[in-house]
Design a protein around this ligand. Structure first.
Ligand SMILES: [Mg+2]
Length: 255
């Protein structure tokens, strides 16, 4: 039986640090990527020290270039420049290219789904039913995110897959969520997003009328600068997050 259009539900998932351990891989890949630059630094630097110095500039580069209108080339210009600058070196195209290539290769080698990801997606399919949508909403470069989703066996599991770089806007912009809702053919009241990021996932979903489940794997409270963000539900793991999302979908249908 086909669901009435207004009864169709969607569960949306964030990707990085929700389905796979992005942060763990990132720290290791960054250290590997900057090692050749650290070796040339004057005075010499340990790769771990150079990586530590790059954390803030790399996070800022992401904010500058991938939030709003994403620009992956600008992201890598800023990231490479930051590595060389932190090492006290002049611009060097070969070293810069090496940082980018090594980082991406090392990230691919470290891709790991969280152990609860596949069971949770299985349960999520049962929650939305055969006519519902399981969607993936991620901020990042289209080619890179698609390659990672494919490598983890996730690409075929989601319809729609909405990637900021491909649609020209990013979470938490309401325009991004409008694209996702249209692609999933659901109303915001019938959709819930599960994600780890209070600002882009939780606040973004709330502003666009979707339900939100904040995935807080570390069990930590909201960061001090995000206390204004109010998730509809909070969960310590993905299985729990899907159950909270199912409750929200029921409540929003009946409410
Ligand atoms: Mg995330």
């Amino acid at each position: 039986m086909t669901a009435r259009p207004d009864a169709r539900t969607a569960l949306f998932f964030d990707f990085d640090d929700t389905l796979h351990d992005f942060h763990g891989a990132y720290i290791e890949a960054l250290e590997r990527a900057v090692a050749p630059v650290a070796a040339r630094a004057r005075p010499p630097l340990a790769p771990g020290e150079l990586a530590r110095r790059c954390l803030l500039p790399w996070a800022r580069a992401w904010e500058h270039t991938m939030v709003g209108r994403p620009d992956a080339e600008a992201l890598w210009r800023e990231r490479s420049a930051a590595v060389l600058e932190q090492a006290g070196l002049r611009p060097d195209a070969t070293l810069a290219r090496g940082v980018r290539e090594t980082y991406l290769t090392e990230m691919e080698a470290r891709l790991r789904l969280f152990p609860d990801a596949l069971p949770a997606l299985h349960r999520a399919r049962a929650v939305v039913g055969p006519d519902g949508a399981l969607g993936l909403l991620t901020n990042g470069p289209g080619g890179v995110q698609r390659a990672r989703l494919r490598a983890l066996g996730l690409l075929e599991r989601f319809t729609p897959v909405v990637i900021s770089d491909e649609v020209g806007c990013s979470k938490p912009d309401p325009a991004f969520f409008a694209i996702a809702l249209r692609a999933a053919a659901v109303r915001p009241q019938r959709a819930v997003l599960i994600g780890d990021n209070p600002a882009t996932d939780v606040a973004g979903a709330g502003r666009s009328g979707l339900g939100s489940v904040w995935l807080a794997r570390a069990g930590a409270p909201l960061p001090a600068d995000r206390r204004d963000v109010v998730p509809d539900a909070t969960a310590g793991n993905l299985m729990e997050a899907v159950e909270r999302a199912a409750e929200l979908l029921r409540r929003r249908r009946d409410g």
